[in-house]
Design a protein around this ligand. Structure first.
Ligand code: PMP
Length: 458
């Protein structure tokens, strides 16, 4: 058996070939060429290695997804078994396979009350596109075809396909083409920090939730299909929901007969310290999208969950004209089943809630106390943002041109830690299996990275 080996070429040869032939997502291609890609060659637990032999603690779990950590033999074996038995078959034409069925059964057990029906896809973006199409189909089938508008939030991230990007509210996603598409609206997200010292998280949360009602009244409830939100916002900068926020959102959705969609692509599968963010925040969504942690990123798979209320209508509405070649890919389903079995057996969700998360936030808060750059630490479970500010007492932000978070991210890399820069915040989302010792290591490297950045920023 021959496998491609990183050592068959030098790093700079790989970098030149990469530049010649690969186009990178979310990347300035020209700037990348000047610096060259890091060629990642291996991973184990919470660590990854590059072709130069450097080791990094992966503070982002890949892209918020490698929840059970790298190097799980059980997952490789599940893939091999399924590949040998049935590598691929579809579920379109009166067919199914046991991995699809078993995974849906397991998901029905794990998801919050009433989400019992699942339709598969391969990415979070595809799942959210599926949501848009199914929800509109639901309302049309019910005889309310004008209920089409989706309401999302500022700094939300729901994916990169046309519908998913339209649901999202990150300004940097808007520049490339004319999005959002029509019939996608946005309200403010509940982050109080920049609203001034007197404004509490809870009061601003209520204001942000009530913006939903204002928007529904402005558009007319007869035109509004659904509200979509990440239980805690992730890629836009990590904003946990303030107490009372989701209760108010749910009250408003019910009152105006607007469906509630939870995007659990990041929050799902333990990230917030419960199986789903909907458990953490006591949300009862009508539909839920999930991806990432479903397979811990080992293979691409996503799903949309729905309640009886939604399913029964859709089931009476004729054929669903929607699906993908890889909807319910048996090998991806097999790896997801094995992944969920690891999560359960090792009680990883309990580990996040009882051990890792409290320790992680304790250490981050200690760091915030002593570090002049940190204005705010926020987050939930094992997702966190460290907000960098020019003046901590007066809450004065940096001039964006100074790129404090990018400076910090690069400094962390030189210390052997992968973090993400979002605006002027440094974002963390380590594998859920991270131990206290590894958290100590992460915090030590982050602290050193912050010191380097502070020195550069003067
Ligand atoms: N929803 C959320 C909340 C996400 O964080 C992401 C990806 N970061 C997506 C959807 C899109 O998922 P994908 O990249 O798999 O299309």
């Amino acid at each position: 058996m021959s496998t491609l080996s990183a050592s068959s070429r030098t790093t700079s040869e790989w970098q030149q070939l990469d530049h010649a032939h690969q186009v990178h997502p979310f990347t300035d291609q020209k700037a990348l060429h000047g610096r060259g890609v890091r060629v990642i060659t291996g991973a184990q637990g919470v660590y990854i290695w590059d072709s130069e032999g450097n080791r990094f603690l992966d503070g982002m779990a890949g892209l918020w997804c490698v929840n059970v950590g790298y190097g799980r033999k059980e997952l490789t074996q599940a893939v091999q078994r399924q590949m040998e038995e049935l590598p691929y078959y579809n579920n379109f034409f009166q067919t199914a396979n046991v991995s699809q069925i078993e995974l849906a059964r397991m998901l029905a057990e794990l998801t919050p009350n009433g989400l019992r029906h699942f339709i598969y896809s391969s990415s979070g973006s595809e799942a959210n596109d599926t949501v848009v199409r199914l929800v509109r189909h639901y309302w049309a089938t019910l005889g309310k075809p004008t209920k089409r508008v989706f309401i999302g939030r500022t700094l939300a991230y729901h994916g990169s396909t046309l519908a998913a990007v339209s649901l999202g509210g990150m300004p940097n996603m808007r520049g490339m083409d004319r999005v959002p598409l029509p019939e996608f609206e946005h309200i403010i997200h509940p982050h109080a920090y920049w609203q001034g010292e007197g404004v509490t998280k809870e009061s601003y949360g209520l204001k942000a939730a009530r913006a939903l009602e204002e928007k529904i009244l402005e558009l007319g409830a007869d035109n509004v299909a659904a509200f979509i939100g990440e239980p805690a916002q992730g890629a836009g900068g990590v904003f946990e929901a303030p107490a009372g926020y989701w209760a108010e959102i749910q009250r408003i959705c019910k009152k105006h007969d607007v469906l509630l969609v939870a995007d659990e692509v990041i929050c799902g599968f333990g990230r917030t310290g419960q199986w789903f963010g909907s458990h953490t925040y006591d949300i009862a969504p009508d539909l839920m999208s999930m991806a990432k942690g479903l397979s811990s990123g080992y293979l691409p798979i996503s799903a949309v969950a729905m309640t009886d209320r939604i399913f029964d209508v859709i089931a009476g509405g004729g054929p669903i004209a929607h699906g993908y070649t890889y909807s319910g890919h048996p090998t991806a389903c097999a790896v997801a089943i094995a992944n969920l079995n690891i999560m359960k057996r090792e009680r990883i969700v309990d580990h996040v809630r009882e051990t890792a998360s409290p320790y992680f936030f304790q250490k981050l808060q200690e760091l915030a106390q002593r570090h002049p750059l940190i204005g705010e630490v926020r987050g939930v479970g094992l997702m966190a943002a460290v907000q960098l500010v020019r003046d901590k007492q007066k809450r004065i932000p940096f001039d964006a041109k100074q790129e404090p978070a990018i400076k910090c991210r690069e400094a962390c890399l030189s210390e052997g830690l992968i973090v993400r820069a979002v605006g002027e915040a440094v974002v963390l989302s380590p594998p859920l299996i991270i131990t206290r010792d590894e958290i100590d290591e992460l915090i030590g490297k982050l602290s050193a990275g912050l010191d380097q950045a502070a020195a550069q920023l003067g």
